[in-house]
Design a protein around this ligand. Sequence first.
Ligand SMILES: C[S@@+](CC[C@H](N)C(=O)[O-])C[C@H]1O[C@@H](n2cnc3c(N)ncnc32)[C@H](O)[C@@H]1O
Length: 253
Amino acid sequence: MSVSNIKADFTERLFIEAGLCKGMRVLDVGCGTGDVTFLLAALVGNTGAVVGADRDANALAIARQRINPEDQAAPDFIESDLLDISESLGEFDAIVGRRVLMYQADTVATVRALTQRLRPGGLFVFQEHDTTMVPASRGAFPLHTQAQGWIKRMIEHEGADLHIGFNLYRIFTQAGLSVENVRAECLVQTPDSPSSLGYIVRACLPRILAHGVATAGEIEIETLQQRLDEERTHTQNIFIGDMIFGAWARKPK
Ligand SMILES: C[S@@+](CC[C@H](N)C(=O)[O-])C[C@H]1O[C@@H](n2cnc3c(N)ncnc32)[C@H](O)[C@@H]1O
């Protein structure tokens, strides 16, 4: 099973246990290229409807290319800021998002604005992460620690909340929602399980360099994934590579 599959499993379980089901009308905010949006479309089926919203036109173009023209339950994608979701879309049964609240300057104001688009009694379901405690291990993983550090500092430079997972309960409550469940799951990395940390650093490389977090010479991107793989296979130790949080809350009736 790939790392992304494991994360998708958490997302799917979160949605199902929160109560997302056939026939619902759902808004996926910060949908990016649509991974969560298509998962939702399958959950709500032909009798439901899903709208994905993002401010990144390039990501939305990729998401739209993924639509199967014969699929009756295909989602709609709209270009919009989270703070500016059009009233003309009407009310939704649920508003969801993954890895998006962490990037908002005022998370409580953002959640308040989004709940204007939620019907009374509707569900608000978010998956966010805490990247400050990983990798957590009994053994030493110096290269993994260094690579995670580059990503953490890059995100920090971009003004994101690294502790967002721990803050979900407070944010939802302060925004006037009634929290029903908060959960977290550790993603454990064994020497044999696949890891994409080197590829993530490669994808983030321009941002890491632009923020002066590390130099190209320190990162040595061409050999990074291989050196990370070697660090894991040369030890019998395991570590926690990610801490995933999920939470759901309801808008009072
Ligand atoms: C880390 S990506 C996550 C994408 C998707 N939710 C997923 O899990 O695959 C964050 C996305 O949120 C979008 N985003 C962040 N802040 C936003 C805002 N204020 N309004 C609209 N989109 C936003 C970004 O453009 C980006 O596509």
